[in-house]
Each structure stands twice: as C-alpha cells, then as structure tokens.
Design a protein around this ligand. Structure first.
Ligand code: FNR
Length: 341
C-alpha cells in the first residue's frame, strides 16, 4: 500500500467511524449565573499560546497533506476556512513531503491561501531537529506540532514498534527551533505523568488530543485482518485529560479530540484549556456540505461561544478559567481516584 492510499483510507474511515462522543463533556456542568453584568459585544475571544495570538479560541487540527489531488483540494479549502473565520490551522504530518519533495505542494497550498494566518506544521516524535526546521520552513509555520500516536502505530499493520527516545527528541527539537513547539496526542489523551515529563522540555504547549472523538484504533482496525479491539476503548477522555494535564503543568493546555460544538469548546476552556482544536467534524462538514456551509457553521460556533460566555458572565477566556464547574459520573470518579478533583 502506498502512503497516498493510506492517507485516503484514513479520510474514508475517519468519516465512516465518525465521532465516538465519549469525551466526558456530558459529565461537566456549568453553574448558571443570573447576574452576569456583561454585554455580548464586550466579549473577547482572543487566544494566546506560546507568543502566538489569534482572534478565535478554535483551530483546525492536523489532518491532511501528501496523498495527491484530493488532499491538496481539502487543504486548500481548510486553509480558506481558517482565513475566513480567524482560526489557526495545522497541516497533517509533513514527513512524507520531507521524504518525497513532489508532495510539498499539497502542504504549501495551506500557506498560499492563508498568507497572514497562523499556520502550524506537524511531524511525529521520530523527527530530527533538521527535519523539524525543514518542516517549519516548508510552510513558513508559526509553530510546530509534534504528534504522539503510539496506539495508532501499534494498530497499524505497517506501523512503528519502537517508541524509545521520543521525549529526548522532543526536547532537542524544542531547543533547536526558532518557533514554538506544541506536543499533541492524536485521540488517546495526555496523562498527568506525560504532561509532567513534557513540561521538563522547552515546549510551548500541550494539545491533549483526548479520547472520545475520531478514533485511530477503530480506523486502523478496519484496515487489518486480526483486529486489536482492546484499543478501541483505550484512552483518556478529553474532558478528563484537560484536567490531568492542566493540574500537572503551567504550560498552556489545548483541548482536542471529539470537539463538536460551542459547548464542548466553552467546557474545555473552563476546565483549563487555552484553545480547542477540531479535526474530524470539520472534515466531515467540509466534504459533506462544502466550504461555504462550513464557514457558516464555524461563524455560528463563534456566535454561540459568545452567548455561552454571556450566560456565565465571562468576558475573556481567562475569566472562563475561573468559572465554577460541577463534575459528575465517570469524570468525577476518575479525577477523585487520581486526586485531581
Ligand atoms: C488526523 N490526525 C492527525 N494528527 C496529526 O498530528 N498528524 C496527522 O497527520 C493527522 N492526520 C489525520 C488525518 C485524518 C483524516 C484525521 C481525521 C485526523 C488526528 C487529528 O489531528 C486529531 O488529533 C484527532 O482526529 C482527534 O480529533 P477529532 O477528529 O476528534 O476532532
């Protein structure tokens, strides 16, 4: 199987498996405030992470690149979506373009259609400092995501089997790059222990990429004969992982994994995240309903975030960090057991 075919398979299976909806956000509730003393027009959705600042608390998380014309068109549309709505955007893993320069244009197109926006590069933790520098240069990236995807590799028949040295390489990349480095999970969540280890490096933030949305165990299991079903329900739900990571480190925390709507985003920020990434949902909307409908949907999410912040009396994302929350069920139990409630 070629790399291009694999990427097309991922898109197909990501759309067919969809969102698991097991993020834990249903077990996080707000306390209504009847005297919010706030005007909708004063609400400020600006986000700051590692010296980067953009006008939306949302970004498009890493998905495509390489893989020919289909991914090129998707990247063009995602880039326009980011530009028109003020979201930041991350490209998919650039390793294929570092190995085969004919694939570069499918990534460069993101910068071409969004010359002024915040664009994040993406590589796996196997990358060297030189590869990280080349990836940043390729798209004039404002930051670089380094993804962690142990479960995906294990479930992928042709995947990696050696995960040694990742933290050390991440440390070297964070020291060697001139742009901020963000470490991200890909749908299995970051634990307190992982967040503590990462906070000893010079990275600028952690995207917890939690369990409960797009699920790469289920995606890869569809591509193999002997399925590893024990990984299908493996991982730290997104709501829990935000709390785990947030209490383990002072680094900015980014929420992703199963973010579907404004309520998930506002809950994420209230749990301690500084921004929220959306991947599968935006891809599904784009391929199902087209670019204009997706731009409209993101604009509506921005409007709804403002409504929710008004109801909570929060003018800024920092105010949201202070809003009281009630945790129930599995989320409450998990955080109690971990001494994090
Ligand atoms: C991804 N994701 C991903 N992540 C990454 O760091 N590098 C990559 O190349 C890719 N590729 C990719 C392709 C496709 C088709 C999808 C749907 C996803 C993972 C993505 O960034 C995110 O972490 C997960 O999809 C979980 O978020 P959602 O989809 O539940 O919002």
């Amino acid at each position: 199987m070629t790399r291009a075919q694999r990427k097309q398979d991922h898109i197909k299976h990501a759309l067919s498996t969809g969102q698991l909806r097991k993020t834990g956000f249903d077990e996080v509730a707000f306390v209504h405030q009847s005297l919010p003393n706030i005007a909708l027009e004063d609400i400020d959705l600006h986000t700051k992470i590692g010296g980067l600042e953009w006008s939306s608390p949302i970004f498009i998380n890493a998905m495509t690149g390489g893989g020919g014309e289909q991914t090129s068109k998707i990247n063009e549309d995602l880039s326009v979506l980011a530009r028109e709505t003020g979201m930041a955007i991350a490209v998919g893993s650039q390793m294929s373009a570092l190995k085969d320069t004919s694939e570069r244009s499918t990534y460069e197109i993101v910068r071409k259609y969004n010359p002024e926006g915040i664009v994040l590069g993406n590589l796996g933790s196997e990358a060297t400092v030189q590869q990280a520098q080349d990836a940043v240069e390729m798209i004039r990236a404002d930051a670089l995501q380094i993804h962690l995807n142990v479960i995906q590799e294990l479930t992928m028949p042709e995947g990696d089997r050696d995960f040694k040295g990742a933290l050390e390489r991440i440390g070297l990349i964070a020291e060697g790059l001139s742009v901020p480095v963000i470490v991200k999970e890909t749908g299995f969540g970051i634990s307190r222990e992982a967040a503590q280890a990462l906070s000893r490096t010079k990275i600028a933030g952690i995207d917890i990429g939690g369990f409960g949305g797009t699920n790469f165990s289920r995606i890869e299991n569809q591509r193999r004969e002997r399925m590893l079903h024990f990984f299908d329900d493996w991982g730290i739900p997104t709501a829990i992982s935000i709390a785990e990571a947030h209490q383990a480190t002072d680094l900015p925390i980014i929420s992703s994994g199963g973010i579907m709507n404004s309520l998930d985003i506002v809950k994420s920020i209230s749990l301690g995240a500084s921004a929220a990434g959306m991947a599968g949902v935006l891809l599904g909307k784009l391929l199902g309903d087209g670019l204009q409908a997706t731009i409209k949907e993101v604009n509506e999410i921005h409007t709804d975030i403002r409504y929710l912040m008004s109801a909570l009396g929060c003018e800024t994302l920092e105010d949201l960090h202070q809003t009281p929350l009630i945790l129930t069920g599995h989320v409450y139990h998990w955080l109690m057991v971990r001494g994090l409630e």
